[in-house]
Structures are given as C-alpha cells and as structure tokens.
Design a protein around this ligand. Sequence first.
Ligand SMILES: Nc1nc2c(ncn2[C@@H]2O[C@H](COP(=O)(O)OP(=O)(O)OP(=O)(O)O)[C@@H](O)[C@H]2O)c(=O)[nH]1
Ligand SMILES: [Mg+2]
Length: 321
Amino acid sequence: MLIDNVLITVKGGDGGNGASTFLHTSVNFKGGPNGGNGGNGGSVYLQGSTDLTALQQFQFKKEWKAQNGVDGKNKNLFGRTGEDLVIFVPLGTSVTDIDKNKTYEIDNIEDKLLIAKGGIGGRGNTEFKSSTNQAPHYAEPGTKGSVKNLKLELRLIADIGFIGLPNAGKSSLLSVLTNAKPKIANYPFTTLEPNLGVMDGIILADIPGLIEGASQGRGLGFKFLKHIEKTRVLVHCLDCSEDDLVNNYLAVHDEFEKYGNEINQKQEIILLTKIDLITKEELNIKEEKLKNLQKKIYKISIYDNDSINDIKKILINLIKK
Ligand SMILES: Nc1nc2c(ncn2[C@@H]2O[C@H](COP(=O)(O)OP(=O)(O)OP(=O)(O)O)[C@@H](O)[C@H]2O)c(=O)[nH]1
Ligand SMILES: [Mg+2]
C-alpha cells in the first residue's frame, strides 16, 4: 500500500549523566574528584529520498528515537556521544511540527532537516572543582532530548503519472521505461496500487485504471484520483485497438471534473498505446478524431523499440524543460 499521510513522534537521545567519583588508590585514599562528563544525545534528522515507498516504514513504527549519550565514568572517562538518527522520507514530503504548527518541505535529496535535537551530556564532578571546593560531590545530570510530534504528508508522488481506463497498457509502459516490474495482464484492474519507477531521475507512476463513477468511489474508488492530484504531468494512455477513443478519453476527464481539485487543468499528453494491433490507416483515422481535444498526441507499441526510445526523450523533455 502506498501510504501518504502519517503521524509519528521523534525523540532526540538523552544526554548522559556526569559522574561523581573520586580517585582511590592504595597510596591515595582520598584523592580528588575524577567523574567524567556524559556524552550528548544523538539528534534526529529527516532527509529526502527518491524511494517513494519510504513512508511505508512508519506504518507500524510510530516512535523514532536517536541514541542516548552514555554516562560519564570515574578516571575522568567521558561517555560516548549518542548516534544521530537519519530518517529518510520521500521527496515532496511536507513535515508539520504539530505542537508549533510549523511546516517544512523536503524537496531535494540534499535537504537534511534537524528535527529533534539530542540532550546535552552532564558535566562530571571534576569540572566543579574550585579553590573553595576541592571535593565536590555534585555532577550534572544530562538533559532530555527534545520530542516532536510530526505529521508527514506526501505532497507529490511522481513527476509523471500514467493514467487511463483499465487495460490501456499503463503498467506495460512503466515496465519498458524503468526497472519496475509491475504485474501486467490482459484484464481490467490488474494494478491495484500505484507502481513507481525512475527513468533518468524522473519519477514515473503507473496509476490503477479509472472507470466511470470513480469520483463516487466506483471501481477502485477515488483514492487514485488523489494520487493523480499528486503527479505533475499526466500521460493519458488510450488503447488504440478500442473503438471510440474520444469517448474513452472523455470518460476519464468526466471523473476528473467531478472530483475537482483542478486535476483537469494539469498538463497532459495523449499516448496511443498498442499501435501494433491496428493498421496505419486505422490509426490515422483515430488520431484525426482526437485532434479536437487539442492535446499533443504520441504513439507507442511496447514491441517497437524506436517508439519507446522516442517517448522516453519526449517525457524527459517535458519534465526537464
Ligand atoms: N499488442 C500489444 N499489447 C500490449 C501493449 N501494451 C500492453 N499490452 C497488453 O495489454 C494488456 C494490458 O496491459 P497492462 O499494462 O496490464 O494494462 P494497464 O493499463 O496497466 O491495466 P490496469 O492495471 O488493469 O489498469 C496486457 O495483456 C499487455 O500485454 C502493446 O504495445 N501491444
Ligand atoms: Mg496496470
């Protein structure tokens, strides 16, 4: 399941306590203080990742904590610093600090956001020695790591979304353009969850087929309209072996219209799929009828490598320009 909204709690590690100890040797029963400092707690960071399933890791694990600092010891031994915790979240995640009502966006791979600072290690009693107090018993406790309640929301799931009626060849297209291995079969609703693949750093999503009534929850329901809302550019796949392509196109757009949220206004190209199944003449006639829609029209067959290479370049240009 593609999870796109989660609540989690993150905690910085606690600082280690300072030690209160004294030197004891066979010649020196009452030596001076020698308690070492506690180590600082690790901090929690959030970092962007291209792994769009990264929100999945929060499905069952809701509490994330960096390592505590280790307590100081005698002989002036300092406790080890706790390790930081870096949590990877998909690019396009927006992070809200619920208590402060402040939102941050993670849009780049380099973005590394300090979200919960670790506690400070306490000083050992050695550091409290002074001319007036040669043998202090006091050592500082470490401070607690900070705690943040966060809401993570995946704003964007992909640069390009493959949409259309069931069985249009969307998963097949993803499988020839990327390393993704989606299930492909000659029946509707083969795809039940979006599949994602990466082509030249561009994220492609194969979105389950939509049917009439999707905006009212028919078929696989309207959650896929929500996923479409989260893609930048749409590639509308039309199986050219079908009779009425204009009607097929409009059926999907009708659902967009009913769903709202401006998905009808998204940049969109039309992709005629399975062109190996009909003659050139038939293809020309069908293409002609689609011209009124005033969208750019491209054609592919997964059995024609040239057409795949062409569409690859077109999609890259679409996103990188
Ligand atoms: N001849 C031919 N068949 C194709 C082509 N592309 C896909 N197919 C076939 O069309 C059928 C449906 O392909 P899928 O990729 O599963 O279609 P989909 O749009 O993902 O379908 P859903 O997941 O149900 O929405 C499969 O039997 C594919 O082998 C093509 O270019 N030529
Ligand atoms: Mg599919």
